[in-house]
Design a protein around this ligand. Structure first.
Ligand SMILES: [Fe+2]
Length: 197
């Protein structure tokens, strides 16, 4: 099965230019295309694993890089759809944040997002431990919390902010991300996770 590029309805963002969003969407499309190409090649290589051993192992190593790049960008871009909306403090997410983070979640998450290196600041929820897990994923495939559903995904690769803010502009970009975030998307994700328990 070939994956299809998703289309997003992203409004004008404050502090993240249209040009930057367009180029970023182009990178996303590249991940979809590359993942499909790898999948097709692997079917070919599987016909003779001995002969294709080196090529096969190289593609297998790249496979999750491309897949996670595809999927994480889908989580990322849909967070802007519908326009900026503040967190509803009385929602299940708002209440869970209060219980676990006592009001410091956003500052904590910004600190994670400010870490050096290309990657993603991530928030997951663990239905088993009944708690959030916030972390940093290197590139897009290193350091995920296995099986945990994603609540929030913030791309902090340079390509996300270089055009608007330059190489030293990650902090300003992180502020812009939160200024444009539609928290109702995040609330819905969290409600869906709780509903599946
Ligand atoms: Fe990205």
């Amino acid at each position: 099965m070939q994956y299809e590029e998703r289309k997003f309805n992203i409004p004008d963002l404050a502090g993240i230019s249209k040009k930057s969003v367009e180029e970023h969407l182009g990178l996303y499309a590249g991940y979809v295309k590359n993942f499909n190409t790898i999948s097709t090649k692997l079917v070919e290589y599987a016909a003779d694993t001995e002969k294709n051993a080196h090529a096969l192992s190289e593609l297998i190593r790249r496979k999750s890089f491309e897949f996670d790049g595809m999927r994480l960008h889908e989580y990322y871009f849909e967070q802007f759809e519908g326009g900026a909306k503040a967190l509803d403090e009385s929602s299940a997410l708002g209440e869970a944040f209060k219980k676990e983070y006592h009001g410091y979640f956003v500052e904590y998450f910004k600190a994670i997002a400010s870490m050096r290196g290309p990657g993603w600041a991530m928030l997951y929820y663990d239905p088993v431990g009944k708690q959030f897990q916030a972390g940093f994923v290197g590139e897009q495939h290193q350091g995920h919390f296995v099986t945990l559903p994603i609540v929030l995904a913030l791309d902090v690769w340079e390509h996300a902010f270089l055009l608007d803010y330059g190489a030293l502009g990650k902090g300003k970009y992180i502020e812009a991300f939160f200024n444009n975030l539609n928290w109702s998307v995040i609330e819905k994700r969290f409600a869906n996770i709780l509903a599946k328990q």
